[in-house]
Design a protein around this ligand. Structure first.
Ligand code: SD4
Length: 345
């Protein structure tokens, strides 16, 4: 189903559901009408950038600009998601995110390059760009992951400054939550208006990119699940869970209830399935299927995976409907409604 179409003079913005091949055909014919070259849906060569949720679109456009300006693919996935980290209206990424149950906004992020080098920070407070600190951990330490106060001290000592923000709406939502203290992760809920838990259009941002030389990188950054236990870390900063990149094969990233992704090493699973020759879309489907098989009776929790193969083919799949992702190439910009297993009413 073609949901949304908008045009600029140079670029196409399409939104398609990949659940049906008719959508891809529709999208192609729309582009052909304008007789511009269009990479096949879910396939092509670099540059290709895919990124979770609607905020993935501006972030991916930024990443493409970085590549166009001569930046590396690592620069692209870092600077792309920085855009979203700086958006103080985003309630699930960066300092504008919803807090844990004790009122602390704690941030998780990781980054990985073509050769599996990786950096990560978790349970970090008061820094605008955890993704840049994750990259610095990768590039300036012999380690992969720093957490909490130690990560903060290391960041301060390495040129990153704290930023204190006070967002009354966030405080108000936390106070409202305290009235019931009901902790039930929902489907697509972090950024939904109150009472519309399934109406989300933002969430954790995961990004995968392939440049014109065939080099890959990925990034992932989040404030994690709203109202989590203080100290909880999700999948997003865990290499192999929220993100995994191996340039020999491809990359994958995840969004949704991190515990489900961590228990199944979700992004690693997707990449290893691709290593066996399974396509990116099917690899995401099988990783979702594994989560469902390991969690019989699971209801009302979302997980979505994205995968980008080294040849530029990509795909995405989720437990529930509502998971969107941006897919950007040199001459295509589209939002895709990922295929899914179940419909959330
Ligand atoms: C987490 N996976 O902390 C993240 C949050 C997320 O949809 O992606 N929410 O578990």
């Amino acid at each position: 189903m073609l949901i949304q179409v908008a045009m600029t003079t140079r670029r196409r913005f399409l939104r398609v559901g990949l659940a049906g091949s008719a959508a891809a055909v529709l999208a192609r014919s729309f582009a052909q009408e304008r007789s511009a070259p269009l990479a096949p849906i879910s396939s092509g060569t670099g540059p290709v950038i895919i990124s979770t949720w609607d905020h993935g679109l501006p972030a991916s456009v930024k990443a493409l600009e970085v590549l166009g300006a001569g930046g590396s693919v690592l620069d692209a996935v870092e600077q792309g998601v920085m855009l979203v980290e700086s958006d103080m209206s985003n309630r699930s990424v960066g300092l504008g995110g919803l807090p844990d149950r004790d009122g602390h906004v704690t941030l998780d992020a990781c980054i990985q390059d073509h050769d599996c080098h990786a950096g990560s920070v978790a349970f970090l407070e008061h820094f605008e760009h955890p993704i840049s600190i994750a990259r610095a951990v990768m590039e300036r330490t012999p380690h992969v992951m720093l957490v909490g106060e130690g990560a903060a001290q290391w960041a301060l000592a390495n040129g990153f400054n704290k930023r204190l923000v006070d967002i009354p709406e966030v405080t108000e939502r936390w106070k409202q939550w305290l009235r019931t203290s009901d902790y039930t992760p929902g489907v697509n809920s972090e950024n939904a208006p109150a009472g519309r838990g399934d109406a989300l259009d933002h969430d954790t941002i995961g990004m995968l990119a392939l440049d014109a030389e065939g080099r890959m990188a990925g990034s992932c950054t989040t404030s994690g699940l709203a109202f989590k236990v203080h100290g909880r870390v999700g999948d997003s900063p865990i290499i192999g869970a929220g993100l995994f990149v191996d340039g020999e094969v491809g990359g994958a990233c995840a969004t949704g209830t991190g515990e489900l992704v961590m228990r199944t090493a979700g992004s690693h699973t997707v990449v290893e399935l691709m290593r066996q020759g399974i396509g990116p879309q099917e690899a995401c489907r099988q990783a979702v299927d594994r989560i469902l098989r390991k969690h019989p009776g699971l209801v009302g929790q979302q997980v979505g995976f994205l995968a980008l193969r080294k040849d530029g083919a990509c795909g995405g799949h989720a437990i529930y409907n509502g998971f969107t992702y941006a897919h950007i190439t040199a001459d295509l910009q589209q939002m895709v409604d990922a295929s899914y297993v179940r419909k959330w009413e």
